[in-house]
Design a binder for this molecule. Sequence first.
Ligand SMILES: [Zn+2]
Length: 289
Amino acid sequence: MKDYLVRGLVNSKNCRVFACSTTKLLEVARKDHSLWPTASAALGRMMSATLMMAKMNKNNEKMTVVINGGGPIGTMICVTNGDGNIKGFVANPGVHYTYNDTGKLAVGVAVGHEGTLQVIKDMGLKEPFTGSVPLQTGEIGDDFSYYFAVSEQTPSVVSVGVLVNDTNEILASGGFIIQLLPEATEEDITYIENAVKNCPPVSQLINDGKTPEEILELLFSDVEITEKQDLYFKCDCSKDKLSKALITIGKDELNSMIEKDHGCQLHCQFCNTEYNFSEEELKEIINDI
Ligand SMILES: [Zn+2]
């Protein structure tokens, strides 16, 4: 099954819903970044939530989500612009913790909860929109839920999960978000709370072969799907883009790179690609300034 996202409405319960499967794209990220299982779970949960959140934006604007909870995984960054492509990385991919009692991947321990979840939306204005909330548990789902409640005044259930096999490959990744519309009643809220409580873990549902539509149908009997989109882990870096970045560091710095190192090597953190610039190429960049 390929990765995709659906967005829909449940008129009878006054809510809008999102669900996605991200197993394949997380496996690409795992290989690109050599993620250990708990790091896979943290980044996978974050990418699922970020992709669904991007579908709430009106104009497919570029959106960056940054989480730093002070835990051993360090800073985590995801970037998407609502077109189904996402890129992301964690500062330290070699982290692995499990909870003693359940044996489950301890995402909250790896991420930590002494820090913030920050959302930056570039809407083409002078200054980008920035929203930030303190982390609640570092388990990612809770933290996004808190962000929607506080920063966007939208009560939301965010459920994201990842399953990893014995050889660290991604078995399942995905999630769902339920957001209350202003017309929602107490009965609607009670229904949603019970439906979520009785729903098996979303990673298990995906591992069982359930599609995003089928996950929403387990929660609601009358979901109207309004949009469907394929999802990919894809970086948009290129040598051309990086040479533009080199222009911004200025002639003096470039000249010193030529003299000292006879070239330079740039590294894209999002996909781990190395780009080499020769002395000649750096001279051309200087000439273009
Ligand atoms: Zn890249």
